[in-house]
Design a protein around this ligand. Structure first.
Ligand SMILES: [Zn+2]
Length: 144
């Protein structure tokens, strides 16, 4: 059976610029052109200064692990368990925390340096977060 893909909508008016940058294998966050605030979740309006003048800013695809959780019960065929959902705080835009997916149950710690690379799948490019220094992966429950 072919595995079903779970891909994001890349043509959304508020978030589309992030996916266009990803297509170039760049990581971009939306910022206010007037006050410089990072607008995350991305939106066309700055809640800090009221400006509608926003732009996409390319940032280094590095950050630190802010939080994570391991999923042991499968809820979607595209994500076989166990896997770990990570929340990465960007080094150049700490107000933005991006979600990533790691297979298995890697040994992680808060503040762990993370790096993103890009993978092309289904006609789009996705940032893929990984620990900058790969560590051991523990087998999940029920794994032999
Ligand atoms: Zn602003």
């Amino acid at each position: 059976m072919e595995q079903e893909l779970a891909l994001p909508a890349v043509d959304d008016l508020d978030t589309g610029g992030h996916w266009q940058a990803a297509r170039r294998h760049e990581l971009a966050v939306r910022v206010c052109a007037r006050c410089g605030r990072v607008l995350h979740m991305p939106k066309a309006y700055c809640h800090a200064c009221g400006s509608w003048d926003t732009r996409w800013q390319v940032v280094a695809p590095v950050g630190r692990l802010y939080s994570w959780t391991t999923v042991l019960r499968q809820i979607h065929p595209a994500f076989p368990v166990p896997y770990t959902i990570v929340l990465v705080e960007l080094a150049e835009a700490p107000a933005a925390r991006l979600v990533g997916h790691l297979p298995g149950t890697p040994e992680l710690s808060a503040g762990l340096p993370m790096v993103a690379t890009f993978t092309d799948i289904g006609g789009i490019s996705l940032p893929v977060w990984r620990p900058a220094q790969p560590g051991p992966v523990r087998p999940g429950p029920g794994t032999i």
